[in-house]
Design a protein around this ligand. Structure first.
Ligand code: MEV
Length: 317
């Protein structure tokens, strides 16, 4: 049997982070330049093995900690496939997505592994976008408290998604992009686990529900308007909406001096709009720029302290 290789991209949240946890809409897009890759091949008779070269780890599945994300993912796929035992295999997972930076590295690693294992077990029905996303969500839930489900969705579907967390099924809508969108992604270099920022917003919401519901509703309205602007290719409007979303995130206290510095620098250098992206407090910000090179904005981000600047394009659809 030939090895099976699958990948999942990084992601950015364009609009509505945090508010999305409370049922308001958000928009996310894949970042295809950075990826998690899972490769699975038949084993050598020593059971299921995990190989994680980035972490210098190589171990039997039996040795993995019970809450290890990959071990959990494997367990969930095994359960979904109705198997009491797994065949021998070696699963190698690598990723070029920066970790703890709001780019969805955890979700992408899990999604790639889930898809690879489902295909290896000859269960294409468990390797659909919907199934990969659902199984990835289960792992995210155990690791991240109360995730909205947007991260696992966008890395599994690998296209821009308008997302609303709701029962019994989330609203997951791919939508057209009227003109290509160019983004620079500036990394503050400050590691910030999403779980902490989400937990902190929850505490603030519990202490001041009216104020926070109002902020979340404001983000929801910006997201609706942003979808329209993206569909119509109205870049100037989209930029303004990004600035407005960043201001609401500042009020939620999830920005940081480093993020604010990068957002201000991008705007001053001619970006159409900029905002933090993801959980905040550190991690990455995004800037909407006029062309793929956008060298003045890139330069300004580096001068303002960005540790890394990635570029991504959302093609017209
Ligand atoms: C993380 O990418 C986005 C947050 O809204 C958390 C979530 O939706 O689960 C901060």
């Amino acid at each position: 049997m030939l090895p099976i290789q699958t990948t999942a991209p990084g992601k950015i949240i364009l609009f509505g982070e945090h508010a999305v946890v409370y049922g308001y809409p958000a928009i996310a897009a894949p970042v295809t330049q950075v990826r998690a890759t899972a490769r699975i091949e038949p084993g050598d008779g020593s059971g299921a093995r995990l190989v994680l070269p980035d972490l210098g780890r190589m171990q039997s599945l039996l040795e993995a900690a019970a809450d290890d994300a990959l071990a959990l993912a494997i367990h969930l796929v095994k359960e979904a496939a109705g198997l009491s035992e797994l065949p021998d295999f070696s699963l190698t997972v690598t990723s070029s997505i920066p970790i703890a930076s709001g780019l969805g590295s955890g979700a992408a690693v899990t999604a790639a592994a889930v898809r690879a294992l489902a295909l290896f077990l000859n269960r294409p029905d468990l390797a659909t976008n919907e199934q990969v996303s659902a199984l990835t969500y289960e792992v995210e839930r155990i690791h991240h408290g109360t995730p909205s489900g947007i991260d696992n969705t966008v890395v599994s579907y690998e296209q821009p998604i308008f997302f609303v967390r709701q029962q019994p099924h989330n609203r997951i809508e791919p939508f057209p992009v009227g003109r290509p969108l160019y983004f620079l992604i500036g990394d503050t270099g400050v590691a910030s686990p999403t779980k902490l920022a989400v937990g902190d917003v929850r505490r603030q919401w519990e202490a001041a529900p009216d104020r926070f519901n109002h902020l979340f509703a404001g983000c929801g309205r910006l997201t609706e308007a942003a979808r329209e602007a993206i569909e119509q290719g109205d870049l100037a409007r989209l930029g303004e909406l990004m600035q407005a979303n960043h201001a609401l995130l500042q009020e939620m206290t999830v920005s940081s001096p480093e993020l604010d510095r990068l957002v201000a620098a991008a705007s001053a250098a001619g970006a159409l709009g900029a905002k933090l992206s993801g959980g905040g407090r550190g991690g990455n910000m995004i800037a909407l720029v006029r062309d793929a090179a956008a060298s003045s904005v890139r330069q300004a981000l580096i001068q303002a302290g960005a540790k890394q600047v990635l570029a991504t394009t959302l093609p017209q659809t």
